[in-house]
Design a protein around this ligand. Structure first.
Ligand code: ADP
Ligand code: MG
Length: 319
């Protein structure tokens, strides 16, 4: 007997592991709407992202990795705003109700949800080509959230992690590499930088998560802030798997590759020591890679814009 929509929801999404009693959930899954109590006096931050099979992830991706990814890309948006994750909803379109697939998907989703302390409070389930939409809700002190428009001339530009590694990982996976390879793992299991985003409150002047490539995403900060940004190619973290590539190729991946979900942010030089200390406490690599100046646009001298059109699976999408 195929599972009914209700059985399916109850079995796989009704019992996701929770990190503890979910904050502010007056009524969760099961009614016509969830009832949520917004933390008193705080700003509510809301973001939504859809992943379509074959567009935002390879159709061959495991259900566990799809569950992880769908939530990770959304949590990464909250991280970039310095928001504390609270609740999420899940709208899923499935070609069929395959119990094995659903169990693995729910495991990937639930593992990250429980680590991030975010509660699933509702959603929608429909039949059709595979697509997963998650909307996340988070909280921040009034006016404190990090935005893209706060960079000022004289600020420094920073990035966490190893941008480009995920794009390299995808390339390796498509040529049959092992999922355990660190670059492949960076693509398969992006880690939203939630704790570090929170640590940047009061330190960073602007922030964004790197989903479409470092150059493009830092460019969004420049545009929204009405400033120019110059990246120093010599300061880029071309390490880990990227170190084994010819320098031009490593640069292309680092500046143009997507799917990293690292944080790129600006901060006044006076915040540098506190930023390094916060990153150190979290064991997160974090590097100054450039400067904000009066002017406009994003530049990385020595990196030819002809290379910036680097394409990979998932590039130039809104994931
Ligand atoms: P309605 O028809 O009133 O919209 P649904 O049958 O769509 O109700 O959903 C019933 C309950 O199950 C609701 O509380 C809804 O939020 C929840 N729900 C449905 N699909 C999902 C899902 N994929 N994940 C989490 N909760 C879900
Ligand atoms: Mg519904």
């Amino acid at each position: 007997m195929p599972l009914s929509e209700f059985q399916l929801i109850a079995r796989y999404f009704g019992a996701l592991p929770a990190a503890g009693p979910a904050e502010g959930v007056v009524l969760g899954i099961g009614d016509d709407a969830a009832i949520l109590r917004v933390p008193s006096g705080e700003d509510l931050l809301v973001s939504i992202d859809t992943l379509v099979a074959g567009v935002h992830f390879p159709p061959s991706l495991s259900p566990r990795a799809i569950g992880h990814r769908a939530l990770a890309v959304n949590l990464s948006d909250l991280a970039a705003m310095g928001a504390r994750p609270l609740w999420f909803t899940l709208a899923i379109t499935l070609p069929e109700a395959d119990p094995r697939w659903l169990a693995d998907f729910a495991e990937g989703l639930g593992e990250l949800a429980s680590r991030a302390g975010i509660a699933l409070v509702g959603g929608d389930t429909t039949r059709g080509p595979l697509s997963v939409t998650i909307q996340v809700h988070g909280a921040a002190a009034p006016g404190a959230a990090l935005r893209r428009d706060g960079a000022r001339p004289g600020d420094e530009l920073w990035v966490t992690g190893r941008p480009g590694l995920a794009a390299l990982g995808l390339r390796l996976l498509q040529s049959g590499a092992e999922a355990e390879d660190p670059a492949c793992a960076a693509f398969l299991w992006p880690e939203p930088r939630i704790a570090f985003g929170l640590a940047l409150l009061g330190l960073a002047s602007a922030a964004i998560d790197v989903s479409d490539g470092l150059l493009a995403d830092a460019g969004h900060i420049a545009e929204r802030s009405g400033c120019g940004i110059e990246i120093d190619a010599a300061l880029l973290p071309l390490e880990a798997g990227l170190a084994s590539l010819p320098r031009d190729e490593a640069l292309e991946l680092c500046l143009g590759g997507g799917d990293d979900y690292e944080l790129c942010f600006t901060a006044p030089p006076s915040a540098a020591a506190d930023i390094s200390a916060a990153a150190g406490r979290l064991g997160l690599p974090c590097r100054r890679i450039g400067r904000v100046h009066a002017g406009e646009g994003i530049r990385c001298p020595g990196f030819s814009p002809a290379h910036a059109g680097f394409q990979h699976f998932g590039a130039n999408t809104d994931a």
